[in-house]
Design a protein around this ligand. Structure first.
Ligand code: NAI
Length: 350
């Protein structure tokens, strides 16, 4: 079914408010979920509302969090989110980082004690829209083997970076450090289809094509992706005093408990290097040159990171609205909230 942007956003906001989230936090969360969904990241859009609502209702997300901001140096600070909704904490953390980078040239802001914050490209894009460069990392629940291992240790630990240009284009790179998200494996399982051998491993840590035998996801590009996952966890977990690695809480384990996740934003003002205008001019030139690289057969053209997401968004609106599966729309529009779908499921719950 197709929904207009405002309609989808209002439905999500209303549902999370029914579960107990205050209006301002529900508004921010629904806005960021809409940003993801309209860019084609359906796995980080409306489908998440049912889970968040259950967690909000059960107390695993603090609805009246006491945020604490501690500036630890001219360019560093820690934002403690008191386990409120992750979207608001990551957004406020980025607002602090943007202000600090404008003041001192760079900012490194850690956010501790938060819940899931969704597509992290939203936050890096905020900085790029202010003419700044940004990187963000965050933890997620252990689902991936460390290279060569048999048991999950790290999460899908995403990395995003964003950069402005001299025109309307914004580079927003935003990826999980696992080859595939768990959602894609579930999709194959429901269709009784095999998965490619490089997506996941079984209990022995060996490649598996039967989705029913999956024990863990695998890092992108073997040992290299494993190193990137570790980087994310060191910067946003070990460094911030929140649980790290295999101690990170599972998304569906106990929805009445806080998740205590960590995230890190790093923001740089190009004015302190080559200068804002020159930087943006060079970025635009770079994207033009990338777009002019002849495409390999079957590829159409070379895209810059984030370009296709914006194209998906524009395509949605040119064709009457955002696609949301009917069942989800029924849930969002209905009176039922469902408080018994996710609690105590294992990490590979359907
Ligand atoms: P993806 O695989 O769809 O895209 C990864 C990156 O590659 C993007 O920056 C995209 O712009 C770029 N890209 C893809 N195809 C391209 C092409 N043909 N040419 C040029 N660039 C291209 O993303 P993935 O890894 O599936 O992640 C999806 C979302 O999930 C992200 O928003 C991420 O932040 C989010 N996520 C959040 C987690 C959390 O715990 N908060 C955990 C894991 C992922």
């Amino acid at each position: 079914m197709k929904l207009q942007r405002q309609e989808l956003k209002d439905l999500m906001k209303h549902k999370m408010m029914q579960a107990g989230l205050h209006e301002d936090h529900a508004e921010t969360t629904a806005e960021i979920l809409t940003w993801s969904h309209e860019r084609g990241y359906a796995s980080h859009g409306a489908v998440r509302v049912e889970y968040y609502s259950e967690r909000i209702f059960k107390g695993g997300i603090t609805v009246d969090p006491k945020f604490t901001w501690t500036q630890t140096g001219p360019s560093t600070g820690i934002f403690d989110g008191d386990n409120g909704i992750g979207y608001v904490i990551a957004k406020e953390g980025m607002e602090k980082a943007i202000a600090m980078a404008k003041e001192s040239g760079a900012a490194i802001v850690g956010m501790a004690n938060m819940s899931h914050s969704g597509s992290i490209g939203y936050y890096t894009e905020m900085a790029a829209k202010e003419g700044l460069l940004a990187i963000s990392f965050c933890q997620s629940d252990p689902m991936a083997i460390p290279y060569g291992g048999t048991e999950p240790f790290y999460g899908t630990n995403p990395i995003s970076f964003a950069a402005p240009t001299a025109d309307e284009r914004t580079v927003v790179f935003d990826m999980a450090t696992t080859v595939q998200a768990w959602g894609k494996i579930l999709d194959k399982k429901s269709k009784h289809e095999p998965i490619p051998a490089d997506w996941a491993v079984d209990e022995k840590g060996l490649p598996v094509t039967d989705p029913n035998l999956v024990n863990a996801l695998v890092p992108i590009a073997g040992a290299k992706g494993y190193g990137l996952m570790m980087l994310v966890d060191v910067f946003s977990g070990v460094l911030l005093g929140v649980p790290y690695g295999k101690h990170v809480t599972s998304m569906y384990h106990d929805l009445s408990e806080p998740r205590q996740l960590g995230q890190m934003h790093i923001v740089i003002d190009p004015a302190r290097f080559i200068g804002k205008e020159e930087f943006e001019k060079r970025m635009s030139a770079c994207l033009d040159e990338l777009g002019a690289v002849p495409a390999a057969e079957g590829y159409g053209k070379v895209y810059y990171p984030g370009e296709r997401a914006v194209m998906r968004r524009d395509r949605y609106y040119a064709t009457g609205g955002i696609d949301v599966v009917d069942e989800l729309v029924d849930y969002l529009k209905g009176d039922a909230i469902h408080f018994d779908r996710y609690d105590h499921k294992n990490r590979f719950a359907e």
